[in-house]
Design a protein around this ligand. Structure first.
Ligand code: BG6
Length: 521
């Protein structure tokens, strides 16, 4: 979180000669700790944790006493694990399409990480693994231990129970024991409650760091800065001036070989009550008293608490069929030929509090859509037309302020000006801010801040048990409807099912186009 705003502002100016300066300015190394990763052989470890550790090491934000122990089933040598991770890191660095792409790896920084990696074979559900782990950790250089569960959700409870039973979550002698887990935090309200109950049986809430990776994105963290570090937004950030807010997470990819997982999950559970609600929380929350974790999380919790529980009428689901972007979802490996799993979900959400009463938040997400774009568009109310009634102007387009999260990073503001010439005509224009024009952006996978904050014990960007449950409570009726919700087809490569347009048309509104046709951006 932006705790050191002055220093960050000064040093964040683009400095291509020293891109690291953009992130490490004013920061100090995390305290020593031993990181235990369950799921050493998994994708998350390879794709996200290792590149993040590398970046933190390059920024000199890790303590020299750090050790990294990777637990996984299957015997193998530490040297093989190190080689595998080195190879995959080099692969991501060389891949121009990867978020981690970089022309030059800092060998010293990676060697620093590699030298601390230790492979630890063990089954996640066997007592014996945890007895050996306990003995190993008794010899760790640091008594501070972070257990990162980079494993499938089915292993969460068994691992937590074993850690608890082995006494590994007990904090003593001023050392911390932290548990890091990542969504899915359950699949509905009941399962989320059960998971939280299991966690809280063995650990205190203050030891638990639930990751929603959207909060690791700088563009998401910047929402609070944009709102609260400027005079121009907050006065209009309310029902009197805002007509509606649209939150979009559109993807062009399909299920990327995860058909089996996706069949159980679907777009709604995968994205709505977690990632999109997090964006909603950042946009809708009241100003916190400070960037202190509890202040920020309390304000966000109030937003979730104020959400009117969604009903079937607020939701549209869709599934992609064969179209310009390729074959249909049912053709994907691991997907049932008669699957009813949705790959698209749209929802109308009301935050029933003083600031937002009557302002709809429209959320949508989908796979195989026409364009990749994660953004929040805040549409202002229309101004009175009366001044223009005797001019050739037919209509005035409402102003739209958009926070662009991915892949474009920045903001745009759509507004009206006079078209040059002798008659009064109105032209819609856009002014845009792009991060890259001001700051040195660099290969950052989004977990750097999360890992660092967790080591520091700053829980601001992590999910608290109560918020997880209120978010699921808001959508639980939709997840357990009296009769199954319709799943509408849409062509792969389109903007989603037409029923989604109807959801907004009912309210006299339209979605912001997914494809930008303007020349200037
Ligand atoms: C994950 C979902 O949590 O977020 C994926 O499981 C989705 O299905 C991904 O593709 C989107 O994240 P990002 O950062 O690529 O927008």
């Amino acid at each position: 979180m932006p705790k050191e705003s002055n220093e960050a502002n000064q040093s964040n100016e683009a400095n291509p000669a020293n891109p690291a300066s953009a992130t490490c300015a004013g920061k100090h190394p995390a305290p020593p700790c031993t990181l235990v990763i369950f799921g050493a052989g998994g994708d998350l470890t390879k794709r996200l944790l290792m590149p993040s550790l590398y970046n933190l090491s390059a920024d000199k934000l890790l303590d020299d006493g750090m050790e990294i122990i990777g637990v996984n089933h299957g015997e193998r040598e530490t040297s093989d694990w190190r080689d595998e991770l080195t190879q995959s890191l080099r692969g991501f660095a060389a891949d121009k399409a990867a978020t981690f792409h970089t022309s030059q790896l800092n060998e010293e920084a990676w060697n620093w990480v590699v030298g601390r990696l230790e492979y630890f074979p063990g089954e996640f559900e066997e007592d014996e693994t945890f007895a050996r782990l306990k003995a190993r950790l008794a010899k760790a250089k640091s008594g501070n231990i972070m257990f990162y569960l980079a494993v499938g959700a089915r292993f969460f409870q068994p691992i937590i129970e074993h850690l608890g039973a082995a006494g590994l979550l007990e904090e003593k002698d001023g050392n911390f024991r932290r548990l890091v887990i990542e969504k899915p935090f359950g699949t509905d309200l009941a399962s989320a409650k059960a998971l939280n109950a299991c966690i809280l049986k063995f650990a205190d809430e203050s030891q638990v760091y639930r990751i929603d990776h959207f909060l690791g994105k700088d563009t998401v963290q910047s929402i609070l800065a944009v709102r609260f570090a400027n005079a121009m937004f907050e006065p209009i950030w309310r029902r009197e001036y805002i007509d509606n807010v649209q939150i979009t997470a559109a993807e062009t990819i399909g299920v990327e070989g995860r058909g089996k997982f996706y069949e159980q999950t679907g777009a709604f559970r995968d994205m709505l009550p977690n990632h999109l609600f997090q964006l909603l929380g950042m946009v809708a929350m009241e100003p916190p008293n400070s960037f202190d974790a509890e202040s920020v999380r309390d304000r966000k919790a109030e937003v979730f608490d104020a959400i009117r529980p969604l009903t079937a009428n607020d939701v549209v689901l869709g599934q992609y069929e064969a179209g310009p972007a390729g074959p249909g979802y049912k053709e994907e490996p691991g997907v049932a030929k008669d699957s009813r799993t949705e790959t698209y979900a749209a929802a109308r959400v009301y935050v029933e509090n003083w600031r937002w009463a009557g302002v709809p938040f429209y959320l949508r997400t989908g796979k195989r859509l026409t364009e990749r774009r994660t953004e929040i568009s805040v549409q202002l109310k229309a101004v009175p037309f009366l001044l223009f009634r005797d001019t050739p102007v037919d209509a005035l387009t409402p102003n739209v302020f958009t926070l662009r999260i991915d892949p474009a990073h920045g903001t745009t503001f759509d507004f009206n000006v006079k078209v040059p010439g002798p008659v009064m005509q109105i032209g819609k224009v856009r002014s845009a801010f792009n991060y890259a024009d001001f700051f040195a952006e660099r290969a950052n996978v989004g977990y750097e801040t999360l890992l660092y904050d967790c080591m520091l014990g700053d829980a601001t960007l992590f999910q608290r048990a109560d918020s997880i449950e209120t978010a699921w409570a808001a959508v639980d009726r939709v997840l357990h409807p009296d009769s199954p919700l319709a799943v509408h087809g849409y062509a792969a490569g389109s903007a989603g099912p037409e029923q989604s347009d109807k959801l907004l048309a009912q309210d006299g509104r339209t979605w912001r186009a997914l494809t930008d046709t303007r020349k200037k951006d």
